[in-house]
Design a binder for this molecule. Structure first.
Ligand SMILES: [Mn+2]
Length: 167
């Protein structure tokens, strides 16, 4: 679910992915944990002075390494087949807010970090991966120190998602 909300004129936008029957299969869990790791790496780069694409570059690096390791791709550049969108946009008065992505990240800006992996049926990999799709999106406040995850109270780890699904 990719969900946008608005409160007193300001917006938020988060995404959560979950296994439809409540429990991740082995393959779903591999992909989920890889996207989560990519997101963690991206969030760590969401800080003052970094280029706007720093979170994306970090996420691409993790996803590429992971897809190679899982044998889903054979060459690094093939990651684009399964991760075909950007990782961040600005948040503010609009849910895809105006902003100059050629400027470094600044204190008090809010951006999303939302890597994903989408493996369509018929993809050139083992069919056990087909039809798995996953994106995890959170809202990050840029500060000089540690990036602050504004959406941190929404369950994010695979175990937390399964626990929530059990309710
Ligand atoms: Mn978004």
């Amino acid at each position: 679910m990719d969900i946008g909300g608005e409160y007193h004129g300001y917006t938020a936008d988060i995404t959560r992915s979950f296994p439809i029957n409540g429990k991740f299969t082995t393959e779903q869990r591999e992909i989920y944990d890889l996207v989560l790791e990519a997101q963690d790496s991206g969030i760590a780069e969401a800080k003052v002075g970094n280029i706007f694409k720093a979170p994306h570059n970090a996420a691409v690096s993790v996803i590429t390494r992971g897809l190679l390791k899982l044998g889903i791709i054979a060459k690094p550049e093939e990651y684009k087949k399964y991760f075909m969108h950007g990782t961040s946009h600005y948040l503010g008065l609009d849910v895809h807010d105006a902003g100059n992505s050629s400027q470094p990240l600044q204190d008090r800006q809010v951006i999303t970090v939302e890597p994903g992996i989408y493996i369509a049926e018929g993809s050139p990999c083992d069919k056990k991966w087909w039809n798995i799709g996953c994106r995890i999106e959170d809202d990050i406040l840029i500060s000089p120190n540690r990036p602050e995850i504004l959406s941190k109270y929404s369950p994010r780890k695979a175990d937390e998602i399964e626990k929530l699904m059990k309710k």
